[in-house]
Design a protein around this ligand. Structure first.
Ligand code: ADP
Ligand code: MG
Length: 360
């Protein structure tokens, strides 16, 4: 099912301002859409509007072109999985999964078929007759998914379903959820504050900040072409390095004169209108390479090294104290509190308007 949001807004009763504002979004049939953003930005509010658990203050919600604003949640053909799995503790896994179908007065044979099918997909057949208290957190999460799956909804809604799991299991479940999505072929809308989950799972990401859309697009677009400084800072780990400066005679010069850049042709064209103006230059940690360069190099002092195995993050300082994070292969050796030369790839630069924060 295709899900469309047309100029959607939400104002909670008793609140002065809108929590969600002017959201336009098209989620194509069977896409995996991730709504991403910092805590409190309005992700759950938006998802609950799609589910029908929150009223819609303004705009239209369309399922396959049909207006859903006033349709009851139970008639929307959706199923929702919450962060707290909210399983019934006194029921077995089987009963938990069968519950909604039983309430809908479905035939016993159909219920049985659906529960077994979901349990098989989720690999929880062994636990069907256990109580939630007798299984692990990861298994409980699967039961919560199974409970939603048995209804074969047209739209699958998930609100931070992995945030209660430990890191290793979360990583594993990310892949499982993508597999599940491929198997079910259902439109999925998934809420998270975790950019890694968004980058690894989404067909499209919607990044919100303070109730407003910052960017919509494929994960690679977010990484390669962040729409503004907020997106640039939110996506990617470590965070993109940013330098304030200005354009002088077509060159970018930092305030402290420590970096001087001749932008590549494409950037130079876009920066034509910025002559004499303040801009911000972003560069990701992996765009630096060890070695002295004649052009586009920096000399910095390494004060902390974070060894991650495959790579190491070098936390460095310029002579004036400005910080920069550089990532290098893990097998290279670096000494602390020493000056090192790095050059950088001029094709990996991002320029932003210092005033509007928008990408140039
Ligand atoms: P997120 O899921 O991104 O963390 P929420 O959608 O839960 O954000 O909340 C967004 C904002 O709306 C917060 O400021 C929150 O306090 C407010 N909010 C959430 N639910 C309600 C409610 N029922 N009544 C009033 N304000 C609410
Ligand atoms: Mg939330």
């Amino acid at each position: 099912m295709k899900v469309e949001l047309v100029n959607i807004g939400k104002k909670y009763e008793g609140r002065e301002s809108f929590t969600i504002r002017n959201i336009d979004l098209v989620i194509e049939s069977n896409q995996f859409c991730v709504i991403l953003g910092p805590s409190g930005c309005g992700k759950s509010t938006l998802l609950r509007m799609i589910a029908g658990l929150n009223s819609i203050t303004e705009g239209d919600l369309l399922f396959d072109g049909k207006r859903m604003n006033r349709v009851e949640p139970k008639d929307r053909d959706i199923a929702m999985v919450f962060q707290s799995y909210a399983l019934y503790p006194h029921m077995t896994v089987y009963e938990n999964m069968a519950f909604s179908l039983k309430m809908a007065k479905e035939r016993k044979t159909l219920i049985h078929e659906r529960v077994l099918e979901a349990a098989k997909t989720l690999q929880i057949e062994e636990y069907l007759y256990s109580k939630p208290s007798e299984i692990s957190g990861g298994q409980r999460q699967r039961v919560a998914l199974g409970r939603a799956m048995v209804r074969k909804p047209a739209v699958f809604l998930m609100d931070e379903p992995l945030s209660n799991l430990d890191a290793k299991l979360r990583e594993h479940m990310r892949v499982e959820l993508v597999r599940l999505h491929q198997a079910l072929n259902t439109t999925s809308i998934y809420v998270t504050h975790d950019q890694t989950e968004a980058m690894t799972m989404a067909d499209i990401i919607v990044l919100l900040d303070q109730g407003k859309v910052q960017q919509v697009g494929a994960p690679s677009e977010f990484y390669q072409e962040p729409a503004n400084l907020f997106v640039a800072g939110f996506i990617g780990s470590p965070t993109m390095n940013n330098f304030n400066g200005r354009i002088e005679n077509g060159l970018f010069r930092t305030e402290n004169d420590l970096i001087l850049v001749e932008p590549n042709e494409e950037d130079a064209r876009k920066l034509k209108d910025y002559e004499g103006k303040e801009v911000c230059m972003g560069i990701r940690s992996e765009r630096f390479n060890a070695g002295k360069a004649e052009k586009h190099g920096i000399t910095v002092n390494i004060d902390v090294i974070e060894m991650l195995g495959k790579e190491q993050l070098l936390y460095c300082k310029f002579p004036d104290g400005q910080e920069v994070v550089i990532s290098e292969p893990g097998h290279f050796e670096y000494g602390l509190n020493e000056d090192h030369n790095f050059n950088f790839d001029v094709d990996g630069l991002h320029f932003f308007d210092a005033e509007t924060t928008m990408r140039i």
